[in-house]
Design a protein around this ligand. Structure first.
Ligand SMILES: C[S@@+](CC[C@H](N)C(=O)[O-])C[C@H]1O[C@@H](n2cnc3c(N)ncnc32)[C@H](O)[C@@H]1O
Length: 221
């Protein structure tokens, strides 16, 4: 299995930097979280899944917890999971009303296996191609029937993977990274049994990176 201890070490080392730019991340992510939230509201109406006290969100690889706080502000019951202890500590401060779990999404037992929104921003590219299907299956199994899965990754001309420096962070730590071509990503997502409900691209004005955002639903449910 792709080593989560290695990723935990790398993200422990950059957690303070993530925490420090939480306000800027919040501003950047408002349109993203709003769009995911709207999509989930539409799905709740379409599937008549209205008998819920709160929309349950699972933020996979929640980092410093900015998106948890945003979902809580919208009235959701947000849970985060992250493999890095320092990120978990940061997320607990950023979003004090959220449950934040230290663990690997691929193996961690979770208390509530039925989320309306599984939110995985800047996450799937941490895994090699061969780990993509099991990761997507796991996230699918955590999504409530009629719920949505959001994934976002940077967009590239050609797909590739390997060990690269995380160059925009102090010390440029090296970690595994997959670079996805959007068309390849869409094909894999479809192969995994997901239908794209909504998609868009956005450029992060702070660093010029182009992102692909996909809101998915399980085709079989
Ligand atoms: C690139 S950061 C993204 C953080 C946040 N989602 C955001 O958009 O700012 C990826 C996060 O995933 C976490 N992570 C990596 N592998 C993980 C795993 N197997 N299970 C849970 N979290 C993991 C890392 O510790 C890190 O906090």
């Amino acid at each position: 299995m792709h080593a989560s201890t290695e990723l935990a070490r790398v993200y422990d080392g950059v957690a303070a930097e993530y925490f420090g730019r939480a306000a800027s991340d919040y501003q950047n992510d408002v349109p993203i979280v709003d769009r995911v939230w709207q999509a989930s509201q539409v799905r709740l109406q379409q599937t008549r899944d209205l008998d819920v006290s709160a929309v349950r969100v699972l933020d996979v690889g929640c980092g410093s917890g900015v998106n948890l706080a945003m979902f809580e502000a919208l009235g959701a019951d947000a849970t985060g999971i992250d493999v890095s202890p320092n990120m978990v500590r940061a997320a607990t401060i950023t979003s004090p009303n959220s449950m934040v779990i230290l663990g690997d999404i691929r193996t961690q037992h979770l208390p509530d296996l039925d989320y309306h929104i599984v939110f995985a921003k800047a996450f799937v590219h941490l895994f090699p191609l061969k780990g993509f299907d099991p990761l997507m299956r796991r996230m699918k199994s955590l999504t409530r029937a009629g719920g949505i899965l959001y994934i976002a990754t940077t967009s590239h001309q050609v797909s590739s993977e390997g060990y690269f420096e995380k160059a925009d962070y102090r010390g440029s730590p090296v970690r595994f990274r997959r670079y996805w071509n959007e068309s390849d990503l869409r094909t894999k997502v479809s192969d995994c049994g997901f239908r794209v409900l909504d998609s868009w691209n956005n450029t992060d004005p702070r660093n010029g990176k182009l992102w692909t955002n996909l809101i998915l639903t399980d085709e079989s449910r």
